[in-house]
Design a binder for this molecule. Structure first.
Ligand code: CP
Ligand code: NVA
Length: 301
């Protein structure tokens, strides 16, 4: 793997290797460090709390460092091209993690970069989130093969696309539940179906029957603010509340990539309740991001 722009940039074997590195990292008796004073540039066009801070803390704990660049205060805001920015940044740092609106801009950044580029979220994918989330599912359910994961709500968004591909690739059964007209891009559905079983539902009760994991995300992703009113109306029947949880298995786990909009896509009762693993999920982001960095560094572990 040269860059990590999409879940499709990693094989199932690489995902397992990343999970093994994460397991080794959680064993505090054998702290793994980056072999040199590596630097990660975080080039962000969109807001972030978890991804930014977890990558920065990850680099510090691995013995490296990081530099956060808000594109609004960089020369990109004054018209410097993505290609020129990538050429220069990659001559200073060892990795670039970028959060961008347009996925093609991220691809362009990678094309001009001489160091690995990591997708820290675009409009269409959030692959670090997906790998970290499946690591959390594996920890909670002791396996991934045959685990039924239902993504509910905006099943066409970036988090859904990446989880769909990564879940199907690692042997989970993927279930998508959302309103008609907002179903995933057929490109993602077709790819995921090549890896494993995928079912799409519009009905909550039908879709949630017998699922092991319920996953939800905001109705309005960053960049979709103009559609907020329409989206709130359309997705309201897909709220994860006690009734929705009751449709699933008794030991169902509830996940949310966060930030949550309490009372919208999920109730506080569920997010703070006994079925929620959203907080372990957030914590695991740093561990899996460290593993992704170490995997990309290609150093002997
Ligand atoms: N889940 C996630 O990516 O959160 P941030 O937007 O806070 O980084
Ligand atoms: N789908 C959300 C995820 C935020 C982490 C967004 O893109 O805003």
């Amino acid at each position: 793997m040269v860059h990590f722009l999409s879940v499709d940039d990693v094989t199932k074997e690489e995902i397992n290797k990343i999970f093994d590195i994460a397991d080794d990292l959680s064993d505090s008796k054998s702290p793994i460090k980056l072999s040199d004073g590596s630097v990660l540039a975080l080039l962000f066009e969109k807001a972030s709390t978890r991804t930014r801070v977890s990558f920065e803390a990850a680099m510090a704990q691995l013995g490296g460092s990081s530099i956060y660049i808000d594109t609004k205060t960089s020369q990109m805001a004054r018209g410097e091209t993505i290609g020129d920015t990538a050429r220069v940044l990659s001559s200073y740092v060892n990795f670039i993690a970028a959060r961008m609106y347009n996925h093609d801009d991220l691809v362009e950044l990678a094309n001009y970069s001489s160091v690995p580029v990591i997708n820290a979220l675009t409009d269409v994918e959030h692959p670090c989130q997906a790998l970290s989330d499946l690591y959390t599912v594996k920890a909670a359910k002791k396996k991934l093969r045959g685990i039924r994961i239902a993504f509910v709500g905006d099943i066409a968004n970036n988090v859904a696309n990446s989880l769909l591909l990564a879940g199907a690739k690692t042997g989970a059964e993927m279930i998508l539940i959302g309103p008609k007209g907002y179903h995933p891009d057929p490109k993602y559905l077709t790819k995921a179906k090549e890896y494993g079983p995928v079912d799409v539902f519009t009905d909550m009760k039908e879709g949630l029957s017998d699922v092991d994991v319920i996953y939800t995300d905001t109705y309005v992703s960053m960049g979709q603010e103009a559609e907020a009113e329409k989206r709130h109306k359309l997705f309201a029947p897909y709220q994860i509340n006690e009734k929705a949880v009751d449709y699933a298995k008794d030991d169902v786990s509830v996940m949310h990539c966060l930030p949550a909009h309490r009372g919208e896509e999920i109730t506080s009762e569920v997010l703070d309740g006994p079925r929620s693993i959203a907080w372990e999920q957030a914590k695991n982001k740093m561990l899996v991001e460290k593993a992704i960095i170490l995997h990309l560094s290609e150093q002997e572990l």
